[in-house]
Write a protein that binds this ligand. Structure first.
Ligand code: SF4
Length: 199
């Protein structure tokens, strides 16, 4: 049976035969994860980065990560002649912060971010949607892909792109980019409890 990474590779083979690159909305949490996903996707998609992360605490950390993603997009677009765009969404941030969704656990935190991003991709008719979260060493790619798969029936314009950006040296790609571009990295995932544990 094919795993999620096999499905990703099959899709890339299918896309290579197309005359035009499809569009991809790429949910992104930080520049380090973005760098690896970008290197694995840039030749096959017109990428738009979607920064939707109401979980990141405190606000200055949120801004720091966002600005680092923007910096890396500029560098990569210049260096590799790509046209990656950046969109930030703060839709219903207060509502989700008040509900303290992140305190309910990683599954709800993943689900919220994927659902909102998938919704945006579908409303704006992107061909594909996926997330850089599968790069994270401690992030469960299987869980992320099952969430993406379970959301698919709600969205008819956009297909979920299965991914496992950790595979095939994905973490090392991030580490090489970190070294080369001096990418800011954080010592915690994002939410307030995780911040308190690691500060
Ligand atoms: S550890 Fe990360 S994924 Fe889990 S709830 Fe906190 S911010 Fe979300």
């Amino acid at each position: 049976m094919k795993n999620d990474y096999d499905k990703f590779l099959d899709k890339i083979e299918e896309i290579k035969k197309l005359d035009e690159k499809p569009t991809l909305l790429l949910h992104t949490c930080c520049a380090l994860c973005f760098s690896s996903a970008y290197m694995q996707l840039k030749d096959y998609f017109h990428i738009t980065v979607f920064y939707y992360n109401p979980n990141i605490y405190p606000l200055d950390e949120y801004e720091k990560r966002k600005n680092e993603v923007i910096r890396m997009i500029d560098i990569f677009n210049n260096e590799y002649h790509t046209d990656v765009k950046f969109i930030e969404s703060i839709d219903k941030f207060d509502y989700y912060k008040n509900k303290k969704i992140h305190l309910k656990g990683c599954m709800d935190c993943f689900h919220l971010r994927l659902m909102k991003s998938f919704m945006y991709a579908n409303d704006n008719k992107y061909d594909y949607f996926t997330t850089t979260l599968t790069v994270g060493r401690l992030k469960n790619s299987n869980l992320l892909n099952r969430i993406g798969e379970s959301l698919q029936p709600m969205f008819e314009n956009t297909k979920y792109l299965f991914s496992d950006f950790k595979k095939n040296g994905g973490i090392n790609i991030s580490l090489r980019c970190k070294e080369k571009y001096n990418i800011y990295t954080q010592c915690y995932c994002g939410c307030e409890p995780h911040y308190q544990e690691n500060k």
